[in-house]
Design a protein around this ligand. Structure first.
Ligand code: MAN
Length: 550
């Protein structure tokens, strides 16, 4: 066993020489190593003579009797590292030929020559610390502004919210009021409009009935070929359309059936025709001209017309016939001017065939009957009284719409404010500076974007669509430091994987910026973000952990 030599004086720097202690013992532990009393193992397991300390033989189970040798595998050697940071190393590293302490004290046997670089390391450490302090200092000043602005913004939003809540109540009342007014004035408006529309409907129906009557009469006189004011069996048989069984002829029974007469009769007069026959044939009856047309022109127009001069004329002749129609756009049906026909009943011509009277074309919207596409003709304007009621109702409707929109706007604004106020911008609103702002970072492949408290995205540099990596989720720091990280979650789903998400690690910096991005596991991203909001008030500069050994 090596005899313990109390070497403190020779190994310690001059200023430490006043606190003698065995090699490898920290000043704070010196009191446990008193040369004049037996040494108590630090775990209290046993006592050994003081000479056993650092005698290169391990006596204590916790290795505390050999702080300065490598005899105990579990012992600790304390590097004083004057000028830098003291550390404890495993005593197995003592005299192992590797310089572990910056002061070289772990290699005291001289197996290797260690350069004491503690002062240099200490200077570097102090420089770094100074830089950090300056960063914290400057960052903290910005943070103070953020805090002030954030608090101000929250107060403003709260005030705005109160105002809006109040105006919402007023707007609701206004909306109810104008809605009641709207309902009130829409009643008479509806009534007046319906009255007008009903009257118009009746006029149209009357006109249609009149037109139908003219068509019936026309058909009657067309069929009455011998002009004896009767349609008889022979005459109806001349119309192939009554050949129901398609056997090439209109037989007696088919003729009688269409004429609605029994065996005893062989003709019908105009009255019977109009009452009994026409209702059954009006849908398929074809004038002689139409029947002829069928041969050379498949697009047969169902209606022909009569003129005073020419009697019934077909549509081919119509092409040149614009004597009553100077509007080329108006089709032949329009030319019939049924409404005007209604005004003048058919006149008998010399041949006994009544003419349809086609008056000159009036204004398009005043024409009566159906247009080419079968649409109903436009209804005449409302009378002045109804127009007035409509104007009043329109105004009330507008007021209602305006009030409704204003209420909706207020509700939306309240929702936005609520969303803002519900967010946690840090203990002093310092992170509110990130709200509404976006920060980009580009790596080799992608441009990443972080929009504070909103979302994180990724866009390929080579082009292509943006991928949402996550939407604002929560603060996700440690229990002691909640604001150390943010989580953006539920981004676009990853093929065969989770929905994308981002953890944003936040640290103090002079400006808000993303300083790095990575994808530690597929579709789970990590952003490094610097912000003044993470800077803390720097501790007093006096504190320096190298001092305990100096
Ligand atoms: C895209 C990017 C990548 C991601 C893969 C997963 O290429 O979003 O970051 O790893 O999809 O398929």
């Amino acid at each position: 066993m090596l005899v313990f030599v109390f070497t403190a004086l020779s190994l310690l720097s001059p200023c430490l020489a006043t606190i003698p202690r065995p090699r490898g013992v920290a000043i704070s532990m010196a009191s446990f190593y008193k040369p004049d009393v037996p040494f108590q193992c630090l775990d209290g397991s046993k006592q050994v003579p003081f000479e056993y300390v650092n005698d290169d033989y391990c006596d204590c189970p916790d290795g505390s009797d050999e702080p300065g040798t490598s005899a105990c595998t579990n012992g600790k050697f304390h590097c004083t590292n004057a000028g830098y940071r003291p550390i404890n190393i495993l005593s197995s590293r003592v005299n192992d030929g590797i310089c572990d302490c910056c002061d070289g004290s772990d290699e005291w046997e001289g197996n290797i020559e260690c350069v004491n670089n503690c002062k240099e390391l200490g200077r570097k450490m102090r420089e770094d610390r100074e830089k950090q302090m300056q960063l914290q200092d400057s960052g903290y000043k910005v943070k103070l502004q953020y805090m002030e602005e954030g608090k101000k913004r929250r107060a403003e939003k709260r005030a705005e919210m109160e105002t809006l809540e109040q105006s919402k109540v007023e707007l609701e009342a206004l909306k109810n009021e104008v809605e009641a007014r709207k309902i009130e004035v829409e009643g008479p408006e509806k009534e007046a409009k319906e009255k007008h529309e009903q009257a118009w409907k009746e006029v149209q129906e009357a006109k249609k009935a009149e037109l139908d009557k003219i068509k019936a009469e026309t058909a009657f006189y067309e069929m009455d070929e011998n002009k004896d004011n009767r349609v008889d069996l022979v005459e109806i048989k001349a119309h192939a359309q009554f050949d129901v069984d398609n056997n090439g002829e209109v037989c007696d029974s088919e003729a009688r059936e269409h004429l609605e007469i029994g065996e005893e009769a062989d003709h019908v007069d105009l009255e019977h025709f109009m009452e009994k026959v026409w209702p059954n044939i009006r849908d398929f009856y074809k004038s002689p001209a139409e029947q002829e047309d069928k041969g050379d022109n498949q697009e047969i127009e169902p209606k022909g017309k009569y003129t005073e001069d020419d009697g019934y004329i077909d549509h081919e002749e119509d092409d040149d016939e614009d004597e009553f129609d100077d509007d080329d756009d108006i089709d032949d049906d329009d030319d019939e001017k049924p409404e005007d026909n209604m005004l003048e009943p058919p006149k008998a011509t010399s041949s006994g065939v009544p003419d349809l009277v086609v008056p000159p074309t009036g204004e398009e919207e005043n024409r009566v009957g159906e247009n080419k596409t079968g649409e109903e003709e436009a209804m005449p304007e409302y009378d002045d009284e109804t127009k007035q009621l409509i104007a009043v109702a329109d105004a009330a409707r507008k007021q209602f719409t305006d009030a409704d929109n204003a209420l909706r706007d207020a509700e939306n604004a309240i929702r936005d404010l609520q969303n803002y106020l519900n967010l946690d911008y840090g203990p002093n609103e310092e992170f509110s500076a990130l709200k509404g702002n976006c920060y980009e970072y580009t790596d080799r492949e992608y441009t990443y974007k972080l929009c504070g408290f909103e979302k994180a995205t990724q866009r390929p540099k080579a082009g292509g669509s943006e991928t949402t990596l996550g939407n604002w989720g929560k603060w996700e720091g440690t229990p002691e430091d909640k604001y150390a990280a943010q989580k953006y979650e539920n981004g676009q789903s990853c093929w065969n994987g989770p929905n994308r998400s981002v953890k944003v690690n936040m640290k103090c910096g002079l400006e808000n910026k993303v300083t790095g991005t990575s994808e530690p596991s597929r579709c789970e991203y990590a952003f490094d973000f610097e912000t003044p909001a993470r800077c803390t008030e720097p501790p007093a500069r006096a504190s320096d952990d190298t001092h305990d050994e100096l």
